[in-house]
Design a protein around this ligand. Structure first.
Ligand code: SAH
Length: 399
């Protein structure tokens, strides 16, 4: 006997959101108090009983429903649907990810696999289930087996983010190697090499979403460079191929230790400018350097997300402006600023307005060379704005 798939009714606002192409329904837009097991497949209906499709249900998250398909499907169909979705995600990446052995294989909502993230770092895959559904043993097994089929020689690490498990009220689980023997490796993107360790005490890795922006930054980089919020050297190592001298700044000593190891990895392979790593608060350092009259030809700003919520946007924009104002003041004529924001809540329009106002305050005229976003292996699903979060603007100071 197959048990019937539970039905959840959403109100007008929830239904309109889904008809508008979004995949989420918030708990406040569910009609009745639902008593559905966590992480199960549900059928979604509007208040008139019209069918909106099938979704995963969470009994903890504010995002109660994440749509999987506009059709009504049963649990029996789920494994084959997941396998098809994984196969097309893999196929797309193989088509577009050039000059890299590392890319995002599955990007959650954008691949219509809401709650599942899989990254490939050379021969190690890292998977993360962010929802109750993708924490189910049966679904994890399907994903693990499908990944093994597509990437038979790769190790597979399951990475656990404790705060996400808390949000979904999932029991604690440790990050672990779930397949193969390798959990650490060396990856290459744009010809630059990085250490990756999916399980080590000090997590290492690279920001895959910046891969194409690293290459873009390197196209314009020259002279003396300053990379603020350097982490393990993503931009700095790319800049070093084009610049005489690079200063990488980060407040995290462990991150800079890995950055130095990454520098060693690349030293033998190609000509590198000298890199100096400085442990400092980038706000303080920029302030000191700007008032000391220091100048650079290339500056990168890639801070962590300042606006984690909508309410934090105004404060975040002030932070971005302070950084960008100082950076623009320190650029030599013809210099290039690569400025990023990974805050979803700050739109590209707001970010550009901030940058314009920083340029005006600094008394600088700049060209926008490029308006960029996340790499193509992190596709943006139209009508799901949350899948677009990274902004990377490249400007040049006019002579
Ligand atoms: N540009 C990096 C990623 C940056 S992630 C890359 O491409 O790999 C953000 C980094 O900012 C983290 O390494 C964090 O340690 C650092 N950070 C956060 N606050 C900081 C501050 N006030 N000053 C300097 N670094 C900071």
């Amino acid at each position: 006997m197959v048990s019937p798939t539970p039905v959840i009714t959403v109100n007008r606002r929830g239904a309109a959101r889904l008809r508008g192409g979004h995949l989420w329904v918030y708990r406040s837009d569910l009609v009745q108090n639902v008593d559905v097991p966590r992480g199960t497949l549900v059928q979604v209906h509007d208040e008139r009983g019209r069918k909106l499709g099938s979704a995963f249900y969470s009994d903890a998250s504010q995002i109660a429903i994440r749509m999987l398909t506009g059709e009504e499907i049963t649990e029996e169909r789920l494994p084959s649907l997941l396998r098809e979705r994984i196969a097309s995600a893999v196929q797309f990446r193989q088509q577009i990810a050039g000059d890299t052995d590392s890319y995002r294989v599955i990007f959650s909502e954008a691949d219509l696999l809401p709650g599942l993230i899989v990254d490939k770092y050379n021969d190690v895959l890292s998977m993360q289930g962010l929802t109750q559904a993708f924490d189910r043993d049966d679904l994890r097994q399907i994903v693990i087996e499908a990944l093994a089929e597509h990437f038979p020689t790769c190790g597979l690490v399951e990475r656990v983010e404790p705060h996400i498990r808390e949000l979904e009220q999932l029991p604690e689980r440790q990050s672990q190697l779930v397949r193969g023997e390798r959990s650490s490796t060396v990856l290459t993107m744009n010809g630059v090499r990085f250490h990756f360790d999916g399980l080590g005490g000090q997590k290492t890795g690279a920001f895959l979403d910046q891969r194409e922006n690293y290459a873009a930054a390197a196209r314009y980089a020259h002279g003396e460079a300053l990379d603020c919020f350097s982490y393990q050297g993503g931009f700095a190592l790319h800049l070093a191929r084009m610049c005489e001298h690079v200063t990488g700044v980060d407040s995290s000593r462990p991150a800079l230790e890995i950055a130095e190891q990454n520098e060693q990895l690349n030293h033998a392979a190609h000509r590198c400018g000298e890199i100096e790593w400085i442990e400092a608060n980038a706000f303080d350092l920029l302030k000191d350097y700007a008032s000391a009259g220091r100048q650079y030809d290339t500056i990168v700003l890639d801070p962590p997300a300042f606006a984690k919520t909508k309410r934090a946007v105004a404060t975040a924009l002030r932070g971005y402006k302070e950084l960008n104002l100082r950076a623009l003041k320190m650029l030599r004529p013809g210099g290039v600023l690569v400025t990023c924001s990974c805050s979803f809540h700050v739109s590209e329009a707001e970010f550009l307005e901030m940058l314009g106002s920083a340029a005006a305050d600094a008394g600088r005229r700049v060209w926008i060379l490029e308006k960029r976003g996340q790499a193509q292996d992190h596709p943006i699903l139209l009508n799901v704005p949350e899948t677009a979060y990274l902004k990377c603007i490249i400007v040049k100071l006019m002579n």
